[in-house]
Design a protein around this ligand. Structure first.
Ligand SMILES: N[C@H](CCC[C@H](N)C(=O)O)C(=O)O
Length: 284
């Protein structure tokens, strides 16, 4: 039986990685045209039954600044300005490639540095937390420490919008119903990621996340960054915090210069090629 031209022409190469179960398809497009990556390709790849499946697609591009640029896409085909766990995964790839102990990458939150820790985990400097209502963005001039939404969540941008609630019992939160309601709340003209945090003490908390454009995820790095910032601003947390997410543990620090550092594991799962048949079936 013919297998078509798949073996002769292997198609587009990709990698599958994850950080605490927050999973990614990573495409190295440094030698390719960025226009090759479209919302339709992101949606098709993100389909967990007919594609590969991911929480985010991360596309590595050539950059005149730093080692590379990274563009992030959600499973619904929309773009994300930041993705902390994918930033750590791509940093791991770039450091493995160059043998260097650190790397800099251009993202929607500016140029970010990352480095490997002695224990093998990867730390990303996720850049400055942005706190002005225009930077989130919010629909109007509101105090981002406490929004006029039931539960008084805080709003933080890490290059993407986050709405952070502090609750008594995070296990009792019905993420699949409240998540999409807050994602599409009128106060957030570009929608928002939604975090629910249960504080254990000033250095420890439990976090669950509903992601804009993707839904419930096992972990969200930029959400963890936004949560430490929102918690410190409300007087609930110290600036160094360990967070337990559904998929694992992240260490966070909101540094005095406003940058947020995030440390956690990365995992390389497999490499593959998208078949020409799959690529030919993707619409506009
Ligand atoms: N998983 C990512 C965040 C994705 C954010 C995305 N859903 C958005 O639309 O901003 C992280 O580790 O930071």
């Amino acid at each position: 039986m013919s297998t078509g031209h798949d073996s002769a022409s292997p198609g587009l190469a990709f990698r599958k990685m994850h950080g605490l179960g927050n999973d990614f398809v990573i495409i190295d497009a440094r030698g390719a045209r960025a226009e090759a990556i479209t919302p339709a390709l992101a949606r098709a790849l993100g389909d967990r039954h007919r594609g590969v499946g991911f929480d985010q697609l991360a596309v590595i591009g050539a950059s005149g600044v730093g080692d590379a640029r990274i563009d992030f896409w959600n499973a619904d085909g929309t773009r994300a300005g930041a993705c902390g766990n994918a930033t750590r995964c791509v940093a791991h790839l770039l450091m493995s490639e160059s043998g260097a102990p650190g790397v800099t990458m251009l993202t929607g939150n500016g140029q970010l540095a990352a480095w490997r820790e002695p224990d093998g985990r990867v730390t990303a400097d996720m850049g400055p937390a942005r706190l002005d209502w225009r930077e989130i963005p919010l629909a109007g001039p509101l105090d981002t420490v406490s929004l006029p939404i039931e539960g008084a969540p805080g709003a933080v941008s890490m290059g993407n919008p986050h709405c952070v609630f502090f609750v008594d019992d995070v296990a009792a939160v019905e993420l699949s119903s409240i998540g999409p309601r807050i994602e599409h709340h009128a106060l957030f003209p570009e929608r928002t990621n939604v975090e629910f945090a249960e504080i254990r003490d000033r250095h420890h908390l439990r976090l669950r996340v509903w992601e804009r454009g993707t839904g419930i995820t096992q972990a969200c790095g930029s959400g963890a960054c936004a949560t430490v910032v929102a918690g410190v601003r409300k007087g609930l947390l110290d600036p160094r915090v360990t967070m337990e997410l559904d998929g694992g543990v992240l260490d966070l620090e909101w540094r005095e210069d406003g940058h947020v550092l995030m440390t956690g594991p990365v995992a390389h799962v497999f490499e593959g090629h998208l078949s020409p048949q799959f690529l030919a079936g993707i619409g506009a």
